[in-house]
Design a protein around this ligand. Sequence first.
Ligand SMILES: [Zn+2]
Length: 352
Amino acid sequence: MTHLDVRFFDGQSSRPHAARLRVEEDALVIEPAAGEDFAPLVLARGDVRWPERTRHGGRIAQLPRGASVQALDVPAWDAWTAGLGHRDGWVVRAQQSWRGVLIAFVVLIAAAAAMYQWTLPWAARGMTALVPQRADALIGAQVLASLDDSLLLPSTLPAQDQARIREGFARMVRMAHPDDAPPWKLEFRRARDERLGPNALALPGGAIVLTDELVRLLPDNDDAVLGVLGHEFGHVRLRHAMRQLVQASAVGIVASAAFGDYGTLITSAPVLLATLGYSRDAEREADVESLRLMRIAGIPPRAMADFFEAIEQWQEARRGDQGGETDFLGLAFSSHPATAERIAFFRDASTP
Ligand SMILES: [Zn+2]
């Protein structure tokens, strides 16, 4: 490779020396040009800080001990350093073109979207693990009290029916999770009006609210009721409601965790939970749990498919009646869209 003529500053005096750069294996050699008499300098290539290539301006490479070399002829410098295999960082090259700027912008938007789509749920999962279970129970009690004030009435389901369902569910959970079942509590309630109707709802902390209307939707069909409870148990076990809360109040919870104060989160939970819904992934996970519990208890999964259809019909009828919204309580069972995919999941599981 040919040499490059440069101006050399030795770092001692401000006087420039005429010099030539030459590369020898992995070393950069700075030799005096004709008429100069400094001792040639041999540097490891890693010791040279090459300048970023800008559209305008000169080129100065920094050397150890305050020395430097300066370009006499910028295009010649660029050509010579390019020949060295010295590459500009991709950032510099990207900054030099409008296309690069545009691509960077698009990547930024995509990253923000990806963060919202994936990173936030992922982070929420991690952050939920940091929230003490005690907070779940406090929030759950608060939410149940607020539901009792607004949407629920005491159950009128006969005690023996309640006992039978409770025992069936307890047996299912015991069989599926002999040692690792989270705490749960079945709460029988009657829907105050048509807004809730046949429904079930898992609250943070393990309370599962079951409405009389759901039990009566398919008469003498405990299988379907247990399937729905299995689904809600899935939400409890995976702390889905908490995860949704954390995600919806990501900033607040960081502050809560930092100050050990969950008060704000707890008081805003009922309002927040009323407007939230589960993600499709959460629904799928809960369905998988439901299927596992039904199978282990010997309940045909088909019962869930039948139930989805019954609830669909109930919603149709309601829409016809009053044209009201059916999904005002996002976390409630009947708000989850009974998609063909979910119905098929349980129906296909039934065919051997
Ligand atoms: Zn659900």
